[in-house]
Design a protein around this ligand. Structure first.
Ligand SMILES: [Fe+2]
Length: 258
């Protein structure tokens, strides 16, 4: 029987960021993913009596790394971050790049380089735990804005993530789900699976709960940004484009102006 080793705690940060505090009780290891600020992390650690062993960053944006310095001052943690951001993130102990196999929270983790939102962005995939930390690349029903990379790079990055197993649970960097849902419904109004997902999302938000994590298998049918090569979606939308890359770019641009 498959048993999860990790406890993944979701910490609210700023207006809509999520920080993930991962605990491996068996190995007595605690790790934080994307601490945009230190205060809620320190508070959580103190409440549990845990030390902080590892700090992990997906990309260089301040709302994902802003707590690094203070946490490093207080705890004897190792900072793990993408090699591509080595000039933009300070005090990195372990530089990681595409396809590296490393240990995070005592668990085998694969680094997946996903340029697009930023050029150096990486995601962290834990196959034994069936989970992915997707930062600002893949959101529930959405994807990150393309700030530094090209639309083609972002589409390629999303295809990489889409190839992971269907039962992968995704932990992304922001609670953008409700606004993503509005756009997804706008361009794909007859999708019954999407409709069901939106009802679940609304119920969670009404109860003040995060919509995270979400399952990749379902996402392949309801997230328009993963479906630029899906004829069912293409037939539904009036974007007269030819290639998946062009369709992805048009969908992303539409969302930017939605
Ligand atoms: Fe970002």
């Amino acid at each position: 029987m498959w048993v999860k080793m990790l406890e993944i705690n979701i910490i609210d940060s700023f207006s809509d960021n999520y920080i993930y505090l991962i605990r491996n009780e068996a190995k007595n290891i605690t790790c934080v993913i994307d601490p945009g600020e230190s205060t809620p992390v320190i508070k959580f650690l103190k409440s549990k009596g845990w030390d902080l062993d590892e700090i992990v960053n997906t990309h260089h944006h301040h709302d994902h790394i802003g707590g690094n310095a203070e946490l490093l001052e207080i705890y004897n943690s190792k900072l793990i971050a993408p090699i591509y951001d080595k000039s933009r993130i300070s005090n990195i102990d372990i530089l990681v790049s595409d396809n590296d196999l490393i240990n995070i929270a005592g668990t085998k983790t694969r680094v997946i380089h996903t340029p697009g939102h930023t050029l150096g962005h990486v995601c962290f995939y834990m196959s034994d735990e069936k989970c992915l930390f997707s930062g600002d690349t893949l959101f529930y029903l959405g994807c990150g804005r393309v700030f530094e990379g090209t639309m083609d790079q972002m589409w390629s990055s999303l295809i990489k993530l889409r190839s992971l197993p269907n039962d992968t649970l995704i932990y992304c960097g922001h609670e953008y789900t409700s606004s993503n849902a509005k756009f997804a419904k706008h361009i794909d109004p007859n999708n019954q699976l999407l409709e069901q997902a939106i009802i679940e999302i609304q119920n969670k938000r009404k109860s003040g709960l995060p919509t995270i994590p979400f399952e990749l298998g379902k996402e392949k049918f309801i997230n328009p940004f993963l479906r630029a090569d899906d004829q069912n979606l293409i037939d539904n939308i009036s974007l007269k484009k030819n290639t998946p890359n062009e369709i992805f770019s048009a969908i992303r641009s539409n969302k930017d102006n939605f």
